[in-house]
Design a protein around this ligand. Structure first.
Ligand SMILES: [Zn+2]
Length: 581
């Protein structure tokens, strides 16, 4: 039975719950009293107010139901927030954020149970706050609390959250009489690395980056204290390391004028750091963190973080790839996706090698689509990646790898990993031999015809050298083979250029097949770069063989072997890896 919900029915439910003793001295709020609650995101249209004893205090609370209830959770508010100490997970308007607690049950068939459950969790959140049980959680969400402080301003920040106390640059300008800060950065190069079109301002001042020690986490914090200059000075002093304290004094004593602007780097309990800014208006008598004074309350500055670490973390990318340099040999259908995947995953440096130009025929099978027609693939990929992602250094080599390899000064060991996506067996075997000799990790990728599958093979990792691309061309009985042992297509068949996927005939799912293979290769690459894979490894995907069968081609023995069966990669007859392993 679907019953319709309206304001009156929500009011009725609250009155009924109040009758059951949910709140002491309950009072139903009249429509005119709802004010800002009605205008909030939750559009509260029915609410009751009353009291409860929480951690030996009497706390005034409101329970509100919004227009979307029961499809939206009930809201619980602390009615007189100013009367209580600062509470984690309670918003400026008093709303208690209780959903961070595990297992909130939304059961639309029993709306009264939902309200009771929500209220219970909200009370628990308030109690944790009053007795300090969740005091550390403020440090997890410090940047969010900062945004809620009075007068908080947002400023683009290009500041690395790690490292010692140091000088930073603060650009300032006036906008209709108000001081604004177009950027705060470690240096202007950090701004350009994010967006090369940003212009450097001449009105730059010197501010300070101040990292606090982990001892700060033992202090129960009220973010509202940060507007009090004297409190901030004492707080910073308590949590500066000795070396940073000396740096602060020596910077303040130097003749260079320090602008009263600081960025605090505050550790988070689970690791990582929050960045928050403070601007002292009308400071005088020295630096406000030493002996100076500020006339007005300190203004909180929120950093819109554009440092590499923050952007990668928020995007789910890895932050530990800052020194990885990966070469991608071939920027075709597979290579284009591999390059894009690795850039978005946080690989700091790429070298793209491909002599070909993008043609109209590439339109539907290349990650660049129709754009960049007529340009060298390597160069077009470089520009497209740099337009999308900051902090990635790319060199484009519009030439064959055989040519690049023979250039003076070329060294495979400049790369942490080489990904080969050219699909040409002869060149791949030649590269395999060179990479084995150079002890440089490599991933070989190839795609099979008509969507039956794709492969990525990781080899030449660290000390364990056995198992390589050449091993795929040797049998257990020591015989060399013409066909790759891992292929899903049976040997001895000839595929036309069109069927093999390099020609111009329409191949079903061509681009999806390429991107699927590229994804396998990219995941394997990230595992290798992060050290979570330590030996040679082949990964394959199997597609739908319908089109392959329809064209009267035959599948290989390997196709019929279960995917969970380990593939015998390393071969004693292999001339490249076995004897050296
Ligand atoms: Zn081998």
């Amino acid at each position: 039975v679907t019953e319709s919900w309206n304001t009156a029915r929500r009011g009725e439910l609250l009155r009924e719950l109040a009758g059951r003793g949910l709140l002491d001295r309950p009072r139903f709020l009249e429509s005119a009293e709802l004010g800002p609650l009605r205008k909030s995101n939750h559009r509260i249209d029915a609410a009751i107010e009353g009291e409860r004893e929480v951690a030996a205090r009497t706390v005034r609370l409101r329970i509100g139901l919004g227009e979307r209830f029961p499809h939206d959770l009930p809201s619980v508010y602390v009615a007189e927030l100013g009367a209580l100490p600062f509470l984690p997970h309670v918003e400026r308007d008093g709303r208690v954020c209780y959903v961070q607690r595990e297992g909130v049950v939304v059961e639309a068939s029993a709306p009264d149970r939902v309200v009771e459950e929500a209220f219970d969790r909200a009370l628990q959140t308030i109690e944790d706050g009053l007795i300090g049980r969740n005091a550390r959680e403020i440090y997890d969400e410090l940047e969010a609390y900062w945004r809620e402080l009075d007068g908080a301003n947002s400023v683009p920040g290009y500041v690395d959250p790690n490292g010692p106390l140091r000088k930073i640059i603060v650009a300032f300008a006036r906008d209709r009489g108000r001081v604004v800060f177009p950027y705060v950065a470690d240096n202007f190069a950090a701004v350009s690395a994010f967006d090369p079109t940003i212009k450097r301002l001449t009105s730059e001042k010197i501010g300070l980056f101040i990292p606090l020690a982990r001892s700060v986490l033992d202090e129960r914090l009220d973010p509202r204290s940060f507007t009090d200059g004297d409190w901030v000075r004492a707080f910073v002093e308590r949590h500066l390391t000795r070396a940073d304290g000396e740096r602060l004094r020596s910077f303040a004593a130097s003749r260079e004028e320090l602008w009263p602007f600081v960025v605090l780097s505050v550790p988070r309990p689970q690791g990582g750091r929050s960045l928050v800014g403070l601007h002292y208006e009308q400071a005088h008598g020295g630096h406000p963190l030493l002996d100076g004074r500020a006339h007005r309350p300190v203004r909180p500055i929120c950093l819109t973080r554009r440092d590499r670490r923050a952007l990668l973390e928020r995007g789910g990318a890895a932050t530990n790839l800052g020194r990885a340099r990966v070469a991608i040999i071939g920027c075709g259908a597979v290579g284009g996706h591999v390059a894009m995947n690795l850039a978005s995953a946080g690989v700091a440096s790429l070298c793209l090698v491909d002599p070909d130009h993008l043609s109209t025929e590439n339109t539907f099978r290349h990650v660049l689509g129709r754009s960049s027609r007529g340009r060298p693939k390597a160069v077009a990929m470089k520009h497209d990646i740099q337009r999308r992602y900051p902090f990635v250094a790319i060199s484009a080599e519009a030439k064959r790898i055989e040519e690049l390899m023979t250039e003076p000064g070329f060294d495979w060991q400049q790369f942490s990993l080489v990904v080969i996506t050219i699909g040409d067996v002869t060149v791949s075997r030649m590269l395999n031999e060179n990479l084995a000799r150079a002890h440089t990790a490599a991933i070989f990728t190839w795609l099979e015809p008509l969507g039956i599958g794709g492969h990525a093979l990781l080899a030449h990792l660290g000390e364990e050298l056995r198992g390589c691309y050449d091993c795929l061309f040797w049998d257990g009985d020591g015989q060399e083979r013409l066909a790759n042992r891992a292929d899903f297509a049976a040997p001895g068949q000839s595929f036309t250029r069109d069927v093999a996927g390099c020609g111009s005939v329409f191949t079903p799912y061509g681009n999806l097949d390429a991107s699927r293979t590229a994804e396998l290769a990219a995941r394997l690459a990230l595992s290798a770069l992060s050290g979570s894979v330590l030996e040679a490894k082949l990964v394959s995907w199997r597609g739908d063989p319908a089109a392959f069968h329809a064209a009267h081609y035959r599948l290989s023995d390997r196709w019929n072997v279960s995917a969970s069966e380990p593939f015998p990669l390393a071969q004693a007859a292999c001339q490249t890896c076995w004897s050296s392993g």
